[in-house]
Unconditional design. Sequence first.
Length: 380
Amino acid sequence: MSDSDIDRDSHELDTIDEGRGCNSQLIFSARILRKRLEIFLQVFSAVTSPKQLYMHNLLYLFYQEIISKSDAMTVKLAVECILTYKSPSILPYRDSIKRLLDDKTIRNELLNFDPTLSSKLEDYNNSMNDSHHEGGHVVVRDEHRDELIPMIVRLVYGRFTSKARGNKAARDLNIARRAAVLSFVSKMEPKEIRHLIHLMLRGLLPLHHLSKTTSSTKQHHQQQKQSVAVEVEVVEMLSYDSYSTKLQSWYDQIDTFIMTYMSPLNLLSIPWERSVGFLHLLQPMIRILGFTVTDFIPIIYKVVLMMLTYAQQCRDKVKDLNEKEDVFDGVDVDRDVDDDGDGDDKGDDDQTNDVHVHHRDASQALRLRSLSLLRIAGTL
């Protein structure tokens, strides 16, 4: 980090401190937040006995959440923090895990790291006692899978969603890496592939909507209590001793919400880019994983169908607004003039902004509609 970067960060912090009031909301830039997170992770990665820390289970799940991100440096630090727990299900694979974080070695490691159920391998009974076969080939032992596989899926998901920056060669490399990740995941059991499916779905399901999974007829205060109960259950899921089992229970609740209560209105708070990104990731997943995702097709189909319906509703709304604007444009409307003789410029600016937003929504809705139709055709 250069001196100019340090000075810029210090100046930004000073500016925030000067403008801080008793009731003002403190907002940091994403850059400062990322740097602070990296500093915290560096500190926790140096702890030799993390289980002695207060709420160490919360920290463990926090690390597990971070490794599903695409920021390479933050993920590496979070992995170091996880390794400090010295879990017997994870520690034997630490070298392979670190090679998955390196762009230069990830594709080779995805070939050497075999997530196939070890009891299905013909040479498993003749293998060595540790996790490695001869020639560097790695097989996951069955007793390690419950804790290790969810972590590996989160790790490769971050690599799967990372965006390519640069020339065409970098973009081609990114496409090849995505294909390698999906080929790797395709060797897992269906309940383990479920981790990948729900990592893709989580950004489309706001947490406060999950309270509808229990009852759609209860009063508002009861729904709030249910929402709190859901959050409490997330906290209770922090025990890494039964992490995989509780994840499956959480996934069941999400599936129930999608299949029973999800509607196009749930997508109102979801940015267009997130929905479009989901559909882009869905294309190689369906193409490469194929029949291994058959069990999840109803859920995927329901989500894409809701996207299609939402996009069509947005297009119809914009069309109606455009028709109303055409009607008003054909009518002479007297403008209010102020004392200085100026027109209502503020009203004109607001109207211009509204028109810009409507055109943007119409364009995004058309894009979302086209991609949804393509994905539905791909699942048939």
